[in-house]
Design a protein around this ligand. Structure first.
Ligand code: FES
Ligand code: FES
Length: 162
């Protein structure tokens, strides 16, 4: 049996200390040790995108990332995206407005990927969005509405930036 590691992570702006087995993924650490269950486990094999979170603002698949790799880093999950006063991130607001989900299982991962996709400058057209969101699968086939929501959120954010 391996000895537990003591990790210090910032999660959604708050410092956390975790004692975990070195083999624990970031996904399981979030869901099972911190009860942050907004991040979903779909395939657990890097194929669906449901587990997408940000480390230092960059999107990662938390099922393929060891919790230990996030030691000392800043992690953002879907729970940390809205403002402290509860106002939604523009991507969240546009997903709601455009009905960009059905069962909602893929939605946290879609939204975390979409925020990163816009930040990366890859939301310039519907085709580009489809390409850079292709790692996020939706069994319900909500893709057209997801693309619309992201295009609109990208426009909102570029207006905010000017
Ligand atoms: S659960 Fe991580 S990619 Fe599917
Ligand atoms: S909304 Fe059901 S999997 Fe995407």
């Amino acid at each position: 049996m391996s000895e537990n590691l003591r990790l210090q992570l910032e999660i959604n702006g708050q410092p956390h200390t975790l004692l975990v087995d070195p083999r624990v993924t970031l996904l399981d650490a979030l869901r099972e040790h911190l009860t942050l269950t907004g991040t979903k486990k779909g395939c657990d094999q890097g194929q669906c995108g449901a587990c997408t979170v940000h480390i230092n603002g960059k999107r990662v698949l938390s099922c393929l990332t060891l919790a230990a790799q996030a030691n000392g880093q800043s992690v953002t999950t879907i729970e940390g995206l809205a403002q402290p006063d509860g106002s939604l991130h523009p991507v969240q607001a546009r997903f709601l407005e455009h009905d960009a989900f059905q069962c909602g299982y893929c939605t946290p991962g879609q939204i975390m990927s979409a925020v990163a996709c816009i930040d990366e400058g890859h939301a310039g057209s519907a085709d580009e969005i489809r390409e850079y969101m292709s790692g996020n699968l939706c069994r319900c086939g909500a893709y057209p509405n997801i693309v619309d929501a992201i295009q609109q959120a990208a426009a909102d954010l570029s207006k905010e930036a000017t």
